[in-house]
Structure formats: structure tokens, C-alpha cells
Write a protein that binds this ligand. Sequence first.
Ligand SMILES: [Zn+2]
Length: 262
Amino acid sequence: MAHVCLSAARRCKLEDSMLSPLATGITVGLGTTAALGLAYGGFAYAALWPSSQIFGEALIAPPRPGELALTFDDGPNLAWTPRLLDTLAGNNVRATFFLLGSHAKSEPALVRQIAEAGHLIGNHSWSHLNLALTSASRVREELTRSSQALEQITGAPVKYFRPPFGARRPYVLRTARSLGMIPVLWNAMTSDWSEPSTEKIVERLTRVIDRLQRRGRAANIVLHDGSHRDNFANRSPSVAAAGQLLARYKDTHRFVTLDAWG
Ligand SMILES: [Zn+2]
């Protein structure tokens, strides 16, 4: 286990742009308290590292270079999701939206608009708790409540689930599967939720996408059109970044929704 912990810590330092804020905080902890860090690092790797399958299988991306899945988390956002929908429609591209049940309940018309435009809707829990630190019964409630709200609005079953922060334990993924959903993580993310510069978001994601392409893998790209803290959060840089990625890759790559992968 120590070997896994050490290599996980090293990778965290090399590629922390893929991580959620929770995992980045734990990486800092690894540098300061080695003994605790090693033990905690193993847990952090399994619970938070997006490509870890230790706590159960999750969909990331298949070995299909040339395919890109744009995924958007934490919406819907009344201010920015409509603009994003316009950008996607202008490029004739479908994306995947991992919606928060609590936001969806407040904006049912916008959720219907997303679905009617042909995008895939996934469950991102009800209230964006860290599910790795949440009781099994509360996890089930978070997932069930969100799926029920989304299904009530769109009339379609919800088949994909992305855990908030990517944080999971075996029972989190088991619960999602028992509710008919495939757990999903990612392999291309940057801190777009806190980055005011569209150019930096695009530059970082482009670097990751091109590296995945060289390694023969598709890219499962995360951007945020919403925020779990504020359903009117400014997501202008993220929405503009999506537009630039579409312009950059639309002639050379195929944009897919996650149901193309499993
Ligand atoms: Zn989220």
C-alpha cells in the first residue's frame, strides 16, 4: 500500500491540474506530514484521484483518440447555461450535463431546455456534499432525490452519475449502480471554477487533451456552467472556454455524449 501511496503523491504533484480542490488540499497535506500523509494518501488516491478504480469501477474514457466528451458540472445556472446551450447549438454539438438536483428543482424549464436540445443529463447529487464523508443512507437520499427530480422534469431515466469533487467510497459507487446509474469520473480538468482567464483554461485543457490523444485515449473534459455555492455564479470564462475548444477541435475530433462510451 505504501508503494501506491508514494506513487500517488508523486503523480498528484505532477498532474494536480486534474484534481478537484479537495484532492489538491490533501496533496499539500502529504508534503507536510509524511506519516499521516502516507496513510491518508492511500485513502485520498482511492477516494479522490480521478483515474483510481480502487473503490470501484467508473467510466472515464475509452481508447478512442479523436473523441472528446464535453461535460458540464454544477448547473443548471440561469445566467450561463442558456449561453452555453447557444454555443453548443451553434456548433451542432451535444454535451453531457451533470446537474445538481437542488438547482434543477429551482429551474425546471432550463432543465427541459437542456434535454430538448439533445444533451445528456446526469446526476451530480442533490446538494454537492463530499460523499466520501457522508453516511450510506444520506448518500442514497442524495442520489435518489436528485434522480427523481430530474426524471420528473424530463420524463427520462437518469443513467449517469458523477460524484461531487470526484469523492467516493465503494458504497457510493455501489449505490449509484443500484439506482441504475453508471459512475463517471474524468481525465481532463483544470480549475475553471476559480480561473478568470479563458485563455488559461483553454491552454491547460488543450495540453491535457493533446497528451491524451498522443496516448491513444479519448478525453472526458470537465467544465463548470454552474456552482454548488451559488446558482447565479459567473461562469463566463468556462462558457467561453467551451466555445474555444469547440472551434479548435471540431474539424479534427468528434464530440460525443457519454452514452457513446458505455
Ligand atoms: Zn461539482
